[in-house]
Each structure stands twice: as structure tokens, then as C-alpha cells.
Design a protein around this ligand. Structure first.
Ligand code: HEM
Length: 144
């Protein structure tokens, strides 16, 4: 009697999937990781000079906003690349919640740069950072 072996072990991603997800994860690491590292350096930067945190934040913005737009572009690519015929309700709900988090993350970061009072800056940074981390975790959930 012959036994049929179906391929059920770990599978390698194909070349375009590697490009698509690598760009998405690379952009996420700059956008999310940069924000966390910058937050951790603020006290040290303030010790160097009063205006050092602002200068470094503006330099970081020149890297983080292109990373954010790359996240949006590769995110749309991710969505279009997947076969949605069999998408579960929970996948669709998680995707919707993730899109809400992405909008809050972008708005939070933008309002943080525009705010003038330290309290408003802190609130926008906090809300934006939490939404960004939520978008990352939900993204991992979406990739199954
Ligand atoms: C703050 C912005 C975002 C962050 C931090 C983020 C982060 C992530 C991460 C970490 C993954 C998991 C990748 C993996 O496990 O290989 C992922 C997957 C995914 N993301 Fe995003 N993402 C963002 C924005 C977006 C946007 C705007 C869209 C859609 C327009 C999107 C759609 C998706 C989809 C569909 C997947 C699953 C991909 C797959 O399974 O092939 N993401 N995201």
C-alpha cells in the first residue's frame, strides 16, 4: 500500500512575497523602532543641549515619514496580494481595526510635531505610539 505525503511542513515564501514583506517589515522597523529609540534618548539629548531633542526629532522625521508612506504602499500591496475569497470574518475585522490604528498612528505623529505645549506633545506621542504598536501586532496576526 502506498502512502500519500502532502507537503505540510514549513514552506519557504516565494520571491515576490519575500520582497513585499521584507519592505513592509523594514519600513515598520524604521517607523516604530525609530520612535521608541528616540523616546528613550530624549533625556540624554536634553542633557547635551536644550534644543537637541527638537533637532534630532526633525532629522528623524525626514526618515520616518518616507518609512510611513512605504508602509502604506507595501500594505496596499500586501492586501492585494492575498486571496480574499476565503478570508474569515475575524481576519477582516482585525484588518479593519489595524487600518483604524494606522490612521491614529499617522495623525498622532503629525499632531505631535504640530503641538506646542509639552502636555499636548506628550499625549499625541503616547496615543500615536500605542496605535503604532497595535498596528504592528495586528499585522503579525494578519500574516497568519
Ligand atoms: C503603522 C503602519 C503599519 C505597521 C507598523 C505594519 C506592520 C505590519 C507587520 C509587522 C506585519 C507582519 C509581517 C509578517 O509577519 O511578515 C504586517 C502585515 C500586514 N500588513 Fe501591515 N503595517 C502597517 C500598515 C499597513 C497598511 C496601511 C496596510 C494596508 C493598506 C497593511 C496591510 C497588511 C497586511 C494585509 C498584512 C499581512 C501580509 C501577509 O500575510 O502577506 N499594513 N504589517
Amino acid at each position: 500500500m502506498t502512502t500519500l505525503h502532502l507537503a505540510s511542513g514549513p514552506q519557504l515564501a516565494n520571491a515576490w512575497t519575500i520582497v513585499r514583506l521584507s519592505l513592509h517589515v523594514l519600513a515598520a522597523s524604521v517607523w516604530v523602532g525609530g520612535q521608541l529609540v528616540l523616546a528613550g534618548l530624549v533625556v540624554t539629548l536634553r542633557g547635551i543641549s536644550h534644543d537637541a531633542p527638537g533637532k534630532v526629532a526633525r532629522a528623524f522625521a525626514r526618515l520616518s515619514w518616507p518609512a510611513f508612506w512605504l508602509l502604506i504602499a507595501t500594505g496596499v500591496w500586501n492586501y492585494l496580494a492575498l486571496d480574499h475569497a476565503d478570508a474569515t470574518t475575524s481576519w477582516n475585522v482585525v484588518f479593519g481595526v489595524k487600518m483604524f490604528c494606522v490612521i491614529v498612528a499617522g495623525l498622532g505623529a503629525f499632531m505631535h510635531t504640530k503641538a506646542t505645549s509639552p502636555t499636548a506633545k506628550g499625549v499625541y506621542a503616547g496615543v500615536g505610539t500605542i496605535a503604532t504598536i497595535a498596528a504592528l501586532v495586528l499585522g503579525v496576526a494578519l500574516s497568519g
